[in-house]
Write a protein that binds this ligand. Structure first.
Ligand code: ATP
Length: 453
């Protein structure tokens, strides 16, 4: 989409000259305070060039500075390049003091002004991306995600990080349970102590007990020396028990005792060893139904699940799909020195339509191979191993009202992603006004779509 530049100047000659210099952009004009503010509101330009010498006070810069002041107050991220007469350095510096991005002295030279605008625009885009990232990365910096769903989970995790409550992370494989466990640890008072993770599903049943609790010399054949287990290794810190649903029923009673009494005994040992550990568990299984099938102890279930946190699957986090894809694209591009820089529109649509059964892990894998395989700078659905979204994706219903509703809500989502979540741009892409867009969002209950303007 072409970026809009607002030129505030009352000199028609200069307006024309700037229009010709800035052909890569959509240039809009204003010639006084009222029209400048109206255009600012209407087009939300990232860059404004502003002549300081405007009527009714062309000789002094008072009107120009007033406009500058109001632009910065209304849209503080806008980069304003002030244009001054060639002997008016003092006002130029005053403008910089007021918050202008740069100044430029007449006469106007096409190449220079082009370069200035280009740089200002780049900076504005970078700042915008950074602000998204910092919003996304506020607090729990490992967790990339802008959707309301993930932000809610982050807030919940941040709150409990300070406590010692046993947390149970629930969610499909690859949704980020381990990332959350680490983040909780890093935000807890135990952060300088060890974070020890153990996957209960990946260790054979007969070894899991000694792996967790350790063993005394001579406890069994091959136990040549006393060895401490994962629980003792985590002393003072956090123990992450992944796939707790796969813990053998025989070991569950011993786990319960450790969680209740905070003491352990090594295998073959007789001494009770006190432990001070925070425990975080995770599982993709339905523990509640395991309890009813008696494959998971009810008392242990209540003990590990004092505070459950449900991490939503990626397919329910539309907004995060593109943000994560861009994040991984940048990481892998750098890592593999690849030339892929962006996604084609069909690739974006294919990613939004894909169900992501493997969640974020699947996205990492797809992005890695796409970055390596892409022939050009633009990643296509094929590079991602995805089918382009086409007519086969039609809704099953034949009810015209429903068909229309499905098509409309899909179009709103796509426009919103394409417009980088800017509501004015989303409305513009859809060819509706902002109020109409808001009423459609209400009508289709798309509460996750919010203004980031
Ligand atoms: N919100 C996120 N932001 C960035 N990377 C993420 C996020 N969530 C997960 N990841 C990455 O995705 C991968 C899978 O995450 P993780 O191992 O935490 O998932 P999991 O739910 O524990 O999976 P499993 O149940 O299969 O063990 C990891 O490489 C992790 O770094």
């Amino acid at each position: 989409m072409t970026d809009t530049i607002l030129v505030v100047d009352d000199d028609l000659g200069i307006q024309k000259q700037l229009k010709w210099s800035l052909t890569d952009y959509n240039v809009v004009f204003a010639d006084d305070h009222t029209s400048a503010i109206a255009q600012l509101r209407r087009f939300e330009p990232k860059v404004v060039t502003l002549d300081l010498g405007l009527p009714p006070d062309p000789a002094n810069a008072s009107e120009g500075l007033r406009i500058l002041h109001d632009i910065i107050a209304l849209a503080p991220r806008t980069k304003v390049i002030v244009v001054t007469g060639n002997s008016d350095k003092q006002n130029a510096l005053k403008a910089i003091d007021f918050g202008a991005y740069d100044f430029y002295q007449k006469p106007i030279d096409s190449d220079t002004i082009k370069l200035l605008v280009h740089r200002a625009l780049n900076l504005s885009k970078l700042e915008h991306e950074n602000s998204i990232l910092s919003r996304t990365r506020s607090g729990m910096s490992r967790i990339v995600g802008n959707s309301e769903a993930i932000q809610k989970v982050v807030r919940r995790a941040e709150k409990i990080a300070n406590t010692d409550i046993s947390t149970l992370l629930l969610g499909e494989s690859g949704t980020g349970k381990e990332v959350f466990a680490r983040s909780i640890h890093e935000h807890s008072p135990r952060k300088d102590k060890p974070f020890v993770a153990i996957n209960c599903a990946s260790i054979p049943e007969n070894l899991l007990e000694s792996e967790l609790f350790g063993y005394e010399k001579g406890a069994f054949t091959g136990a040549n020396k006393t060895t401490i287990g994962k629980i003792e290794t985590a002393q003072g810190g956090t123990l992450f028990l992944d796939e707790i649903g796969d813990m053998p029923i025989g070991l569950q009673a011993k786990m319960l005792r450790f969680l209740q009494e905070r003491v352990i005994e090594r295998v073959g040992g007789r001494n009770e060893i006190p432990v001070d550990i925070r425990v975080i568990c995770a599982t993709h299984r339905d523990l509640q139904s395991m309890v009813s099938q008696e494959t998971f102890r009810e008392d242990l279930y209540y003990r590990v699940g004092e505070m459950p946190i449900m991490i939503p699957p990626l397919r329910e986090r539309d907004q995060d799909i593109i943000l994560l894809a861009r994040t991984f694209l940048n990481i892998y591009r750098e890592e593999f020195k690849a030339k892929a820089k962006s996604f084609s529109e069909t690739a974006v649509n294919a990613m939004l339509a894909h169900k992501w059964p493997g969640n974020i892990r699947e996205m990492q894998n797809k992005l890695k191979s796409a970055v390596i395989m892409a022939e050009g700078t633009v990643i296509q659905p094929d590079d991602l191993g995805l089918m382009p979204v086409d007519a086969h994706d039609e809704p099953e219903t034949l009810n015209l009202r429903e068909v229309r509703e499905i098509a409309e809500s899909r179009a709103i989502r796509r426009a919103y992603q394409k417009a980088d979540k800017n509501m004015s741009k989303t409305a513009e892409l859809l060819g509706v006004t902002r109020p109409t867009l808001y009423s459609l969002i209400d009508k289709y209950h798309m509460e996750d779509i919010k203004s980031s303007d």
